[in-house]
Design a protein around this ligand. Structure first.
Ligand code: HDD
Length: 720
C-alpha cells in the first residue's frame, strides 16, 4: 500500500502543502497543473515547435489564416476576462480551516459546529466595495469579509463585512445605493472613493444609512491589514438544534491580532505607493508562516426575546449592543495557505448567502431575503452559466448529486438514464434525505406566518439615529476627531452646497450636535441650531423620540480592541553603510521572539557593509518601502546612521512621516541626535537610548498601543 506521504508526492503535493492540507486542498489537487518539465502544446495536446513566429506566406509575406496555433492562442487571450463583480470587485483571498472549541449542540445541529476535532476547510475573500479590480487597497470603504466553509454537510457561505450594519434596510434599494456610490455615470469619477456628489446626495436623502455612513467615516474604513479587522455576518440568522428549537444569532469574527487602522494621510499615500498593501501583507504573512486568525463569536437571542429590544432584530442597520447580549466565543479560523492561481481561485470563487447547511437558517430581514436572489443571479453572468458550483474552488467537499443537467461548460459526466425524480429506472436515485437528526436533510424552520401581502417598512425599523448616536458616544477623542475629519474631507469634495447642507442638518445634527457643528464649520455650512429628528414609533407602537437603553458601548471603540502584544506588527530597521550589526541583531532577535516582522531598509537597494565588516542585504530602499508600510521604525545607533541622514531628504522624511503618523520610533546611541535635528520631542513612542536594550521595552509597548495618540496635536504641524 502506498503511504499517505507517497500518495501526496505522486499527486505533486509538496511538504508545505501536506502540513496545511485539508479535504479541500486535496480536492483542488486534481485541478492543479504544473508545467515544469512538460512540452508546450496546443489545448488539444499537439506539441508546438515554434511559439515565436506566425505561419506566413514567405518570410516577409502576409500571415496565413491556416495558423491554428496562432489563432487558438489569440482567441483564448481575447476571452481571458470575465465581468468583474459589480460590487466587491477588488479582493484577495486565502485558504485555511475552522475549528469549533466545544460542541454547540444546544444551539445548532450543524455538524461543523459540533465536533471540536474537525477542521473544516475555508476559503476567505476580503474586498473593498466601490473600486474596480485594479483600484487601491487602502481607500476609505467597507471591507468585504466572505467566508466559504466547506463543511461535510455542504458549503456554508458567511458573506459579511468588516462593519456590523448596512446602508439600507431593504434589498430593493441596493441598486440605488450602489449606483450612487459608484463613479458618477457621466465621467466615471471618482475611483475607489465615496467623496462625491451622488453618494452624499443619496445618503443625505436616506436617513436609514446614517448609522453605517458613520462607521464608514470612522477608522474602521481604513484597516491596516485584513487580519486587523473584525468580521460580521450583519443580519440576524437562525440556528436550529436537533430538537428543532431555534434561536436568533449574529455572527462575529474577532481578529486575534486585535483591531487597528491606518491614519487617513497614510491610507491615501499607500494608495499610490503600494496599491496592493493589504493583499501583499496577507500574502507575505501566510508565506512567512505567520497565519492570520479570527475567533468566531455568536450573539444568541432566544426566540422568546425577539421583541425585547428597542430596535428590530430584523433591521440590518442595527447592532445588538454587546452590553445587552455578550459575544460568546465558540471557535477559531486560521488562514494558512495562499491560492496557487488568482483567477482560478479568488476570481472564480462564488459566494452566496443562500449556501447554507442544516442547523442554520435565514431570518426575515428584508435585506437578507433580497440577497438570496442576487448572489446566484450575479454568478450566472460572471461565471457564464449555472455550472459555477462545479468550478474547483466552489465544489463542496461532500458528495453532491441531483438531476440538474447540461448547460454551458458542464464538467460532470452523469451516468444513468433518469434525470428526474421520482424515477424507477435508476432505482429512484438520487433520493431525498429525511430531515432531523437521523436524516440530515435540510429543513427550513417552521416559522408560523399569518400576514397580509404588503409593500411597507415596519415601523419598528423607524429609528435611524439612536444607534448612530450610540456609536458616536462610544468613540474615544481621537476616533471622534478622525470621524469629523473624514466627513469634512468627503463633504468638502461635494460640489453642490445644498447636499452638504442637507447632510449636516438632516443627518449629522440628529446624530450629534458637536459632530454636525464641527463638520459644518469645516465645509462652509451654517451650523445647525437643533436636531431636526422626526418622532418615530418604537417597538411598543407608541409614538416617541428614538431611544436606546444604553448610552455607550465600549466594544465599539477600536481603542478597546487591541491585542496587547506586537505579534505580526511590521517594523522597519533602518541601515546604512558602517552601521553597527550588534544593535540590529539584538532588535531582530527580540522582534522575532515576539512574533513581529522586521525588514531592513537602506538608503538604496544595494547591500550594506556593517561596522563589523559583514554584508547586509536590505529588504528594500527608503523610497521603495517608506515608513507608511510599517507599524514602527528603529534606527540603530552610531555615527554611520547620522551620516546617512545628512542632506538626505528621503531619509529625514522617513522619520518625519513616521512621527506624523504617530508611530513608535526608537533611536539608539548617536542616532538619537536625529530627534533634535528634526525638532521631534520625545514622548511615550519616540524613544532614545544608548542601545537596543535601553529602548526595547518602551518601544514594544508603544507598538502594542498601535499609535501615540497623545502626539496627534503636535504632529499636525509636520508637513504631510
Ligand atoms: Fe453583497 C458581493 C457582502 C448586501 C449583492 N457582498 C458581496 C461580497 C460581500 C458582500 C463580502 C463579495 C463576495 C466575494 O468576495 O465574492 N452584501 C454584503 C453584505 C451585505 C450585502 C455584508 C449586507 C448585509 N449584496 C447586498 C445586497 C445585494 C448584494 C442587498 C443585492 C440585493 N453582493 C451582491 C452581488 C455580489 C455581492 C451583486 C457581487 C459579486 C457577487 O455578489 O458575487 O450579488
Amino acid at each position: 500500500m502506498i503511504s499517505k506521504q507517497k500518495q501526496s508526492e505522486l499527486a505533486g503535493i509538496d511538504a508545505s502543502d501536506r502540513q496545511n492540507s485539508s479535504k479541500k486542498i486535496e480536492q483542488l489537487e486534481v485541478a492543479r497543473e504544473d508545467a515544469t518539465g512538460e512540452a508546450l502544446t496546443t489545448n488539444t495536446g499537439t506539441r508546438i515547435a515554434d511559439n515565436q513566429n506566425t505561419l506566413k506566406a514567405g518570410e516577409r509575406g502576409p500571415s496565413l489564416l491556416e495558423d491554428f496555433i496562432m489563432r487558438e492562442k489569440i482567441t483564448h487571450f481575447d476571452h481571458e476576462r470575465i465581468p468583474e463583480r459589480v460590487v466587491h470587485a477588488r479582493g484577495a483571498a486565502a485558504h485555511g480551516y475552522f475549528q469549533v472549541y466545544e460542541p454547540l449542540s444546544d444551539l445548532t445541529k450543524a455538524d461543523f459546529l459540533n465536533d471540536p476535532a474537525k477542521k473544516t476547510p475555508v476559503f476567505v475573500r476580503f474586498s473593498t466595495v466601490q473600486g474596480p479590480r485594479g483600484s487601491a487597497d487602502t481607500v476609505r470603504d467597507v471591507r468585504g469579509f466572505a467566508v466559504k466553509l466547506y463543511t461535510d454537510e455542504g458549503n456554508f457561505d458567511l458573506v459579511g463585512n468588516n462593519m456590523p450594519v448596512f446602508f439600507i434596510q431593504d434589498a430593493i434599494k441596493f441598486p440605488d445605493f450602489v449606483h450612487a456610490v459608484k463613479p458618477e455615470p457621466h465621467n466615471e469619477i471618482p475611483t475607489g472613493q465615496s467623496a462625491h456628489d451622488t453618494f452624499w446626495d443619496f445618503v443625505s436623502l436616506t436617513p436609514e444609512s446614517a448609522h453605517m455612513v458613520l462607521w464608514t467615516m470612522s477608522d474602521r474604513a481604513i484597516p491596516v491589514q485584513y487580519r486587523a479587522m473584525q468580521g460580521f455576518g450583519v443580519h440576524t440568522f437562525r440556528m436550529i438544534n436537533a430538537e428543532g428549537k431555534s434561536v436568533f444569532v449574529k455572527f462575529h469574527w474577532r481578529p486575534v491580532s486585535g483591531v487597528f487602522s491606518l491614519v487617513w494621510d497614510e491610507a491615501q499615500k499607500l494608495a499610490g505607493k503600494d496599491p496592493d498593501f493589504n493583499r501583499r501583507n496577507l500574502w507575505e504573512d501566510i508565506e512567512n508562516g505567520d497565519y492570520p486568525e479570527w475567533e468566531l463569536g455568536l450573539q444568541v437571542v432566544p426566540e422568546e426575546d425577539e421583541h425585547k429590544f428597542d430596535f428590530d432584530l430584523l433591521d440590518p442597520t442595527k447592532i445588538i449592543p454587546e452590553e445587552l447580549v455578550p459575544v460568546k466565543i465558540v471557535g477559531k479560523m486560521t488562514l494558512n495557505r495562499n491560492p496557487d492561481n488568482y483567477f482560478a481561485e479568488t476570481e472564480q470563487a462564488a459566494f452566496h448567502i443562500g449556501h447554507i447547511v442544516p442547523g442554520i437558517d435565514f431570518s426575515n430581514d428584508p435585506l437578507l431575503q433580497g440577497r438570496l436572489f442576487s448572489y446566484t443571479d450575479t454568478q450566472l453572468l460572471r461565471l457564464g452559466g449555472p455550472n459555477f458550483n462545479e468550478l474547483p474552488i466552489n465544489r463542496p467537499v461532500c458528495p453532491f448529486h441531483n438531476n440538474q443537467r447540461d448547460a454551458l461548460h458542464r464538467q460532470t459526466i452523469n451516468k444513468g438514464r433518469a434525470s428526474y425524480e421520482p424515477n424507477s429506472i435508476d432505482g429512484g436515485w438520487p433520493k431525498e434525505t429525511p430531515p432531523g437528526p437521523s436524516g440530515g436533510g435540510f429543513e427550513s424552520y417552521p416559522e408560523a406566518i399569518s400576514a397580509t401581502k404588503i409593500r411597507k417598512r415596519s415601523e419598528s425599523f423607524g429609528d435611524h439615529f439612536s444607534q448612530a448616536t450610540l456609536f458616536w458616544n462610544s468613540m474615544s477623542a481621537p476616533e471622534k476627531a478622525h470621524i469629523i475629519a473624514a466627513y469634512s474631507f468627503e463633504l468638502g469634495k461635494v460640489d453642490r452646497m445644498f447636499i452638504r447642507e442637507r447632510e449636516v442638518n438632516e443627518i449629522l445634527a440628529n446624530i450629534d450636535m458637536q459632530l454636525a457643528t464641527e463638520v459644518a464649520a469645516n465645509i462652509g455650512v451654517k451650523p445647525p441650531s437643533a436636531p431636526t429628528m422626526p418622532a418615530v414609533k418604537a417597538n411598543d407602537g407608541k409614538s416617541q423620540k428614538p431611544k436606546t437603553n444604553i448610552k455607550q458601548s465600549p466594544a465599539l471603540s477600536q481603542m478597546n480592541l487591541l491585542a496587547g502584544n506586537i505579534k505580526s506588527r511590521k517594523v522597519a530597521i533602518l541601515i546604512a553603510p558602517g552601521v553597527k550589526g550588534a544593535d540590529i541583531d539584538a532588535m531582530m532577535a527580540a522582534l522575532k521572539k515576539e512574533g513581529a516582522m522586521a525588514k531592513l531598509i537602506a538608503p538604496s537597494a544595494a547591500p550594506v557593509k556593517t561596522a563589523e565588516g559583514s554584508m547586509l542585504e536590505p529588504d528594500g530602499s527608503m523610497e521603495g518601502l517608506p515608513s507608511i508600510a510599517f507599524d514602527a521604525v528603529f534606527v540603530p545607533g552610531d555615527e554611520a546612521m547620522l551620516k546617512a541622514f545628512e542632506g538626505n531628504g528621503v531619509a529625514l522624511h522617513y522619520l518625519l512621516e513616521a512621527y506624523k503618523h504617530l508611530k513608535a520610533i526608537a533611536l539608539c546611541g548617536k542616532a538619537a541626535d536625529l530627534a533634535d535635528k528634526l525638532s521631534l520631542q520625545p514622548d511615550e513612542g519616540l524613544l532614545k537610548g544608548a542601545d537596543t536594550a535601553a529602548v526595547i521595552g518602551d518601544f514594544f509597548a508603544a507598538i502594542a498601543n498601535h499609535r501615540v495618540w497623545a502626539r496627534e496635536e503636535k504632529a499636525k504641524a509636520i508637513p504631510a
